[in-house]
Design a protein around this ligand. Structure first.
Ligand code: IPD
Length: 280
């Protein structure tokens, strides 16, 4: 039987809160790089690893039949992470904004999403330094609801492109960074400003909360945006994760109203490949 998305959300929220407590405890101590991953700039701390292990244990205690897809398990090539028989898969970023966490910059989060039959049905994002909880779930009729600390949220009513504040992020890959920098050269002059805050999950939740007019990044991973995109969708945003030339993944999140105009500007700037295929 299909699981109740409300039950999955309750587990996501309780687990994300416990994980955030652990991250907060570690932030108070000495934080050091434990290893590098895809490139020298792509780092992992012991707190990332321990938090992912905690999340995995808490979820497996309640739902041992579910699959688990976590950032740190993937980077260590641990294939046992993926198995499951219930049709539910948990998509986890133990610390989104690891570099901010390393430096003590107060923008990093725990992100936990539950997917059923290939669709994200529940998501929880906890802003660790501020203790804010963003939570969303998809109801059986397909409608979505989201709250920030229990209160409803709504996207901002977008102005002209020239008055929109857009956030982005940069890859850890030097080649992709070059492409992102070149796209920024064309994009920055046509919007109000561009932010690079350092946690995609929190940036996307900020779009949901009306604190940003949009988020875009080429090369984002599923665990960075799965939970936050559900939150944003429920608050009145549209989002897409598309794959373009060379299999590069591009994510765009913005209020439904005015979305197409922003998308067009992103394509023109070279952020989004023209031949991209939506829905991947
Ligand atoms: C990163 C952050 C960052 C984004 C990067 C992500 P991580 O996640 O979300 O804002 O620009 O693409 O990899 O590595 O801190 O979990």
């Amino acid at each position: 039987p299909a699981p109740k998305s409300g039950d999955l959300l309750a587990l996501a929220v309780a687990t994300a809160r416990a994980a955030a407590d652990l991250v907060r405890e570690r932030a108070a101590g000495v934080v050091e790089v434990a290893a590098t991953k895809s490139t020298a700039t792509d780092v992992v701390t012991q707190a990332d690893r321990d938090t992912e292990a905690l999340i995995r244990r808490l979820i497996a205690q309640e739902r041992p039949e579910d699959a688990f897809f976590g950032e740190e398990g993937v980077s260590t090539g641990s294939t046992t992470e993926f198995s499951g028989t219930s049709g539910v898969r948990w998509i986890v970023d133990p610390i989104d904004g690891t570099v901010n966490f390393l430096y003590g910059l107060p923008s990093y989060a725990v992100s936990i999403a539950a997917e059923y039959a290939g669709e994200v049905v529940a998501g929880a994002v906890v802003d660790v330094p501020h203790g804010t909880l963003y939570a969303a779930f998809r109801q059986p009729d397909g409608s979505v609801a989201a709250v920030k600390n229990g209160e409803p949220m709504a996207v901002r009513r977008p102005a002209d492109l020239a008055q929109r504040l857009i956030a982005t992020g940069f890859s850890y890959d030097a080649g992709l960074r070059r492409i992102q920098a070149e796209a920024l050269v064309r994009f920055l002059p046509v919007v109000r400003d561009v932010r690079r805050i350092g946690s995609a999950a929190l940036d996307i939740c900020a779009v949901a909360d009306g604190a940003l007019d949009g988020y875009l990044e080429e090369g984002l991973h599923l665990w960075d945006h799965a939970a936050a995109c559900l939150v944003a969708e429920a608050a009145g945003a549209r989002w897409e994760a598309t794959t373009g030339a060379g299999g590069r993944r591009f994510v765009l999140v913005a209020p439904v109203h005015g979305y197409d105009e922003l998308r067009k500007a992103a394509v023109q700037a070279g952020f989004l490949p023209v031949e991209s295929v939506p829905g991947v």
